[in-house]
Structure formats: structure tokens, C-alpha cells
Design a protein around this ligand. Structure first.
Ligand code: I3P
Length: 299
């Protein structure tokens, strides 16, 4: 790695997805999440600010049946004063792709975050501001007085406002091939609303839908047998959807910064509803719903 085409803002964490246009490599395009902490490397590589938990997940997945469903991982590199996890930049295999990020699971925070919030509550003003920007009536009286809310409360509110609670996944962001971006999915909640958003993303093209369905069903089969998946609580992870005008489609699992190994011998089926303590994350339940909704687009 000798040079970078562009560096994102240095500092901060990189917990979500940055996308680079293959044809305009100097132009970053952030669809969702934290912009900071990503670099585009040479030879189709993407560098994401180092996170030890994510490194461990990648290392394990590279030896797991799930390997074909995540960007290939190439270890840790240093640039200036920071370390990065280096992985394949999935966009380089597509020509001006349409991109969608779906955050999977019925819970988007770790159980441990709930315990921390109870033991050492740290209400956040930025999250209060984000909440009132969407719904001024959402904060409780006490939250209004403090003008701050707990992160877990914010995350739970986001889950119930969107389809996370009811369908086990939510659309986070979309970029169409024409450059149009939308991250305004906070209130996209019902099955019908989600289906409309998915239809719009694929331009109602049945060939694209069939391509996505094939890949999602393969992924589901592999998830159901993966040792890694059975032994990890997977929260805050997304499925990245890519298609282009040639009809090529692809889906990959990304963002493992909040994925945690379970204490042995605990395992998850990822479909059982979550109750505090069982660590279930609803990932496969969400994938079932996603497959079902996409299938219905074809009928
Ligand atoms: C953010 C989103 C991220 C979360 C981030 C939230 O809310 O839930 O998943 O990061 O927390 O602010 P929104 O989508 O409404 O902007 P993590 O998943 O890494 O916790 P943060 O502000 O603490 O980074």
C-alpha cells in the first residue's frame, strides 16, 4: 500500500459503510453511517479503521463456510498514525452500481450496552437532538428536561420506529445508479412500505430481484450451518446489496464491529425472539422476512 486516492476524516470510529465509485475513485460516497475512518487502497482494497473485535470476526470467517459472503480480509495495515483492517472493495467488481445497506436483526445494540446503561447511565445530547428532529414528541418529560437520552433508549426508539422490531431488518440507505441517494428510511416500517422501497431500489426489474433472491437463499443455507454464526451475537451488521446495469447482483455481510463471541456452550438460532439474557439477535428471522418480501415483488 503506497498511496491512497483519498482519505476520509481522520479520527473517530468506522462502524458502517463508505462506498467509492469505481469510475470516480477520488469521490467518496457515504450511503449510511460514520464517514470517518475509511480509506480506499490500491488494487481494489478498502481500509477500515482498526477495530479488534472486527478483526477477530474476519479472521474466524476467513476459515468458516461464510467466507464467500463477506469481503475478503487481508490483515492489518498502517497508514500515518492509524491502523486499518484491509478488505476487498466490493464496488470495484461492478460498473456504476446501485447500492443498498440493510441493517439486519431485531436488536441493534449489544446486551452488554443495556447493562452499562443501567450501571453507568450517560445520557447523550446528540441523540436527543436526533430524536426530536424526527419526532419532537418522542422524548419523555424527563428527557425533555435533561435534553439528553441514553443510547440504548435511542436505539430502541429507532428500532420501533423502523422495521427492525417488526421485520428483523431495516433499510439504512440506498444509492441508485443515477447517483440519487436516500437515507430517509427512519420511518419505513410496514411490510408494504419496505416492499415499495425495495421495488424502487431494483427499479421493479425481476431479473435483479431473482439475482438477489438466489444469493440471499444461498446465504441463508450457509448461515444455518455456519459455526461462526451459531456462536456469535450479530448486532449492527448489514447486508450490502449491489447491482448494475449488466444485471449483475451481489450481497455481502459487512460491519462486524459489534459482533460478539458467545460464552461457550451458548449458541443462537437467530430466530427465537429476544428476551434479555438469551442473546438472540433475530438475524435469520429478518433474513426470512427479507426473502419473503422480495419474493412477493415477483408475484
Ligand atoms: C446511529 C446508528 C449506529 C450507531 C450510532 C447511532 O444512529 O444507530 O448504528 O452506531 O451510535 O448514532 P442513527 O442511524 O440514527 O444516526 P453503533 O452501531 O456503532 O453503536 P454512535 O452515535 O454511538 O456511534
Amino acid at each position: 500500500m503506497t498511496e491512497y486516492l483519498h482519505s476520509g476524516r481522520q479520527g473517530g470510529k468506522a462502524s458502517s459503510t463508505l462506498f467509492m465509485s469505481h469510475k470516480e475513485p477520488q469521490q467518496w460516497l457515504q450511503v449510511v453511517g460514520h464517514a470517518e475512518g475509511f480509506l480506499v487502497g490500491e488494487y481494489g482494497k478498502l481500509l477500515k479503521r482498526f477495530c479488534e473485535g472486527e478483526q477477530q470476526c474476519f479472521q474466524k470467517i476467513m476459515k468458516d463456510a461464510l467466507k464467500p459472503f463477506v469481503p475478503a480480509y487481508h490483515g492489518v495495515v498502517q497508514h500515518l498514525e492509524h491502523h486499518y483492517n484491509m478488505m476487498d472493495n466490493l464496488l470495484t467488481h461492478f460498473s456504476t452500481p446501485a447500492i443498498m445497506d440493510c441493517k439486519m436483526g431485531s436488536r441493534t445494540y449489544q446486551e452488554g450496552e443495556l447493562l452499562t446503561a443501567r450501571e453507568r447511565p450517560q445520557p447523550r445530547k446528540d441523540m436527543y437532538e436526533k430524536m426530536v428532529a424526527v419526532d419532537p414528541d418522542a422524548p419523555t418529560i424527563q428527557e425533555q428536561v435533561e435534553r439528553a437520552i441514553l443510547k440504548t433508549r435511542y436505539m430502541q426508539w429507532r428500532e420501533s420506529l423502523s422495521s427492525t422490531t417488526t421485520l428483523g431488518f431495516r433499510i439504512e440507505g440506498v444509492r441508485k445508479a443515477n447517483g440519487e441517494c436516500c437515507t430517509n428510511f427512519k420511518r419505513t416500517k410496514s411490510r408494504e412500505e419496505v416492499m415499495e422501497a425495495l421495488k424502487d431500489f431494483v427499479d421493479s426489474n425481476p431479473q435483479i430481484v431473482r439475482g438477489y433472491l438466489r444469493r440471499l437463499k444461498q446465504l441463508r443455507r450457509v448461515l444455518e450451518t455456519s459455526d461462526f454464526f451459531r456462536t456469535h451475537e450479530v448486532v449492527g451488521s448489514s447486508l450490502l446489496f449491489l447491482h448494475d446495469e449488466t444485471g449483475k447482483t451481489g450481497v455481502w455481510m459487512i460491519d462486524f464491529g459489534k459482533t460478539l463471541a458467545l460464552p461457550s456452550p451458548l449458541t443462537l438460532d437467530h430466530r427465537t425472539p429476544w428476551i434479555e439474557g438469551n442473546r438472540e439477535d433475530g438475524y435469520l428471522w429478518g433474513l426470512d422476512n427479507l426473502v419473503d418480501i422480495l419474493s412477493n415483488i415477483l408475484t
